[in-house]
Design a protein around this ligand. Sequence first.
Ligand SMILES: Cc1cc2nc3c(=O)[nH]c(=O)nc-3n(C[C@H](O)[C@H](O)[C@H](O)COP(=O)(O)OP(=O)(O)OC[C@H]3O[C@@H](n4cnc5c(N)ncnc54)[C@H](O)[C@@H]3O)c2cc1C
Length: 585
Amino acid sequence: MNTERIEPALLDWRNNEPFAARYNDIYYSADGHEEFQRVFLEPSALMQRDDLGDCLQVAELGFGTGLNFVLCAQAVLENTQQRLHYIAFEAHPLAPADWHRLAEQRPLPLFQDLAKAAPPLLSGWHRRGFADGRIQLSIYHGDALNGLRDLNARQQQPIDAWFLDGFEPRKNPAMWEPEIFSAIAASSISGTRACTFTASGQVRRGLAEVGFEMRKVDQRPRKRESLAGVYTGKSQRVRPPVPRHIRIFGAGIAGCAVARELASQGINVELFDPNGIAHGGSRMQASALHCRLLGDLSATAEFRARAYHHARPNLARPDVAAPISAAQLALNAREVEKQRRIDEVYGDSEDPWLQFLDAYAVSEQLGLTARSALLLKDSAIINLPQLCTKLVAHPRIHFVRSAGVGQPDVIACASKSRQFAPAMPLEIGDVFGQLEWIAAPIPDQSPRLSVAIVGNGYVLPGEAHWVIGSTYEQSPWEAATATAHNIASNRAFLGAGEVQTIRHQRAARCVSSDRDPVIGKVDERIWITAAHGSMGSSSAPFAASIIASEILGWIVPASTRALTSVAPDRFIARQARRGVKKVGG
Ligand SMILES: Cc1cc2nc3c(=O)[nH]c(=O)nc-3n(C[C@H](O)[C@H](O)[C@H](O)COP(=O)(O)OP(=O)(O)OC[C@H]3O[C@@H](n4cnc5c(N)ncnc54)[C@H](O)[C@@H]3O)c2cc1C
């Protein structure tokens, strides 16, 4: 298939309630809230069991409208001191318009947050955090069996309770197959509960066969019975210990984001940086949240699109970011062709986060001249130092203003990271750059810019001033040379008049030889997040979630394939092909 998109749910609205037209079934019964208590929460014993860890691991087949998730999260927040990692599987997620409509009906704050942060209609894993990180949602878009098998392979923490809430077995048999039950058992441990609304004999026998001791739960007067069970079968699973303390070197956006992810999961973090918080590339006070999408369905393409969507709901918030749309302009036929391919892979009328504009639309909608444009509708301009400061403001994060000594658990030192991973031939280095703050050009002498320009040029418009950039200097230039370059390369957006410069910021960004970031393990227990190049605003938060998941023993919110594009060891094979001698060998 020539796309990464996933078909959304087909919703009929009956009496203002959603109905799944594809399955000819309801999403929840009229007493959905009470049903959740009686069918899922009480039989799961999640609120009563004292053999569970600090973070409950709950998995649901059939995420639907997110009602069970929201009610479960609310129960955890109100009744326990624990955290929740909720893992859900959905073949046909809701489209944004349906989330909005549901949000109008469900005033619950968590539901409002979920609807605002609903994952895109793209296949695979997505992660969202709520309630200051105490509630984490991992959601798999696609075939449940594929998702379960991936969970079996990559989630180390066993599941404490399963909520089996797919459409009825008669209407959606694929969700109740023996392979599904086997996969459920494979991520279970002694004491794991399985609960479902159906009383189907086939489901009861299927779960019993894989090791669940099943019972019927009286649901009168609403309905007759539902099913619940406890896993008593053999299990390969243990609860892997979670470290209590982690040391991170480097307090740019990469290190601060990992620190916050871990701290919000109860881990004490020591964060070292001799220069203070956000003094490397992350000193940039105007950074565009954007994404250089690719239309080739490669692992890199998959990674970039997921990183952008992961960052968007977390970062496009008013305390650290100014929301704005961002346009990438195509100036020649080759670039138009590339943009068309990207649109084919990601463009979606039901989820229009990305829009392809032809020359006419560019002129009409943006008032600009280009052969075509890709418009990222919900982007933002981020103040990285402010964001880093907020991320670090957590009682479990202890910032130490000095270079890290000894071995870190997480290396986030941009190009200095190499010194902590001597055995790994990391092809990373510094590329310097400069941004200019200029007085906003006089409107009748320049195009009226309502969007940020990224890619070909870099112009972030604002009321009082604009920020333009950015140079790409293999070795550092004089600041005045960089200023002249920035003005010249963005002249088309600035009009012919004199440009009044206000100030500039310079920094180095760490870039790898293939322009992809470096994320993952460099040793058995040492991770790296570096080389975020010109996209740190989107790739660093995603990297943080990936690394934190590995440390916690959770499913990582990126596919194994996408992770190959950023793997730290990818340079070894390349160097072998090029005949470069092994470092230390
Ligand atoms: C001109 C310019 C424009 C940019 N524009 C954008 C943009 O529009 N959008 C975007 O997404 N990105 C942009 N970027 C890139 C973005 O700023 C970077 O990707 C991001 O800041 C990288 O963050 P980092 O944490 O990996 O590295 P850094 O912020 O460089 O942090 C690394 C930290 O490691 C510390 N360190 C080094 N050695 C040690 C040690 N021994 N112990 C402890 N700490 C150590 C350093 O002091 C430093 O603070 C731009 C960058 C530049 C330079």
